[in-house]
Ligand binder design. Structure first.
Ligand SMILES: *Cc1c(COP(=O)(O)O)cnc(C)c1O
Length: 424
């Protein structure tokens, strides 16, 4: 990507430095990816200048004839890709999208249930210090001691607490989520069921992870993780949009209207049209057969990496992975997650520290690291390269206190990374 020259040299310099950091290293944070040049072009377009509060055909501003078409294309592609009758593409990002789901389906003080952050959930699934934990009566479920979702325990907790909304989805869970089991649990207490597929949307598109569509009541995904688009979110549902001016009752059929009204006027003002255009571009890319191959390769690479790390004595939560990520417990390597993150960073491998189930350490200095393959797979790496990456991870962890060795490793990794350019 050649960047147009900027007048603001301070920021231009930092953009160049960040681009170089990405090009010369290995991005293994599983929520990150590398977008296409077309996505970047849409993001950097004049569409960012335009106000267009409302929805296509019913805007509060003039001059919306082109952004209307952009948003319609984004919505149509989202509907086609996931097989739903309604898509809202305006949420500014994943967290605001989840906020809209709560706003649409429950009232302050109502009981909501989600997976604890410390067991692989997201903050917006009811963490005490998040809006979802302060506005609502949040009840949190966990995993079993091996890190697997414990559906019997979730069912029991639901019967006990009678939530009005169950939110299911993960940020650090390496296994398949059983939507049918969660549906039964939600039905047993008459709760709405929301799926948050932010991490796995690209895998759902590729058929690597079962889709929640048709099983759950509403589905949310970010657009910037395995889906490989700009930052943003989709809220997907089946149902009939009703009269936009009348407050609809809280029924499954009305979820499209409830969501649209939650986004605006409920929570947001003008949509980010440059972002909507970039989402449309990314969804267009995701509709191609090449993207399905990409999604399959992400999982193949993760599986290979997990095997290679296990061979080298690494202890993986749940013993491996079915998706794009793995959580590695570093306790048997005598390193904390923070130390692991730092050592790998010095070697040019970017990961993030993460709790492991029933973590003996504090959430701020947890036992594990989380790593994934979406960004490396975008660069064209395959199973063969994963073996090499596992070897480097092992070397970096073994030499965590030797900055010189880590620096040498970084040089070696940079030579390798340069052979796998970012998308252009
Ligand atoms: C990333 C993520 C979000 C939030 O997305 P942001 O765009 O960072 O606000 C919500 N839920 C899950 C499961 C996620 O992984």
């Amino acid at each position: 990507m050649t960047q147009a020259s900027m007048k603001d040299k301070a920021i231009e310099k930092l953009i160049k430095a960040e681009t170089k950091r990405q090009v010369e290293g290995l991005e293994m944070i599983p929520s990150e990816n590398h977008t296409s040049a077309d996505v970047l072009a849409a993001l950097g377009s004049r569409l960012t200048d335009k106000y267009s509060e409302g929805y296509p055909g019913q805007r509060y501003y003039g001059g919306c004839e082109f952004v209307d078409q952009v948003e319609n294309i984004a919505r149509d592609r989202a509907k086609e890709l996931f097989g739903v009758s309604h898509a809202n593409v305006q949420a500014y990002s994943g967290s605001p999208a989840n906020q809209a789901i709560y706003f649409a389906l429950v009232d302050p003080g109502d009981t909501v249930m989600g997976l604890s952050l410390f067991y692989g959930g997201h903050m917006t699934h009811g963490l005490k210090v998040n809006f979802s934990g302060t506005t609502y009566n949040s009840v949190q479920y966990t995993t079993d001691k091996d890190g697997f979702l414990d559906y019997d325990a979730i069912a029991e907790l639901a019967l006990q607490e009678k939530p009005k909304l169950i939110i299911a989805g993960t940020t650090a869970y390496p296994r398949i989520i059983d939507w049918q089991k969660l549906r039964k649990i939600a039905d047993s207490v008459g709760a709405f069921l929301a799926a948050d597929i932010s991490h796995i949307a690209g895998l759902v598109v590729a058929g690597v992870h079962p889709s929640p569509i048709g099983i759950v009541d509403v589905t949310m995904t970010t657009t910037h993780k395995t889906l490989r688009g700009p930052r943003g979110a989709l809220i997907l549902a089946n149902g009939n949009p009703s009269n936009p001016l009348k407050k609809p009752e809280r029924t499954v059929e009305n979820i499209p209207s409830l969501i649209d009204r939650a986004i605006i006027p409920g929570l947001q003002g003008g949509p980010h049209n440059h972002q909507t255009a970039a989402i449309a571009v990314a969804l267009g890319e995701a509709l191609t057969p090449e993207f399905k191959e990409y999604g399959k390769q992400i999982a193949k690479n993760a599986s290979k990496l997990a095997d290679e790390l296990t061979k080298r004595g690494f202890n993986l939560v749940t013993g491996g992975t079915d998706n794009h990520l793995m959580v590695v417990d570093l306790n048997n390597k005598d390193l904390s997650g923070k130390q692991g993150e730092k050592a790998l960073g010095l070697a040019g491998i970017t990961v993030n520290k993460n709790t492991v189930p029933f973590d003996p350490r504090s959430p701020y200095d947890p036992s594990g690291i989380r790593l994934g393959t979406p960004a490396l797979t975008t660069r064209g790496m395959k199973e063969k390269e994963m073996e090499q990456v596992a070897e480097w991870i092992d070397q970096a962890i073994k030499n965590a206190s030797d900055e010189k060795k880590l620096g040498n490793l970084h040089k070696e990794i940079t030579d390798f990374a340069l052979k796998f350019p970012l998308p252009s």
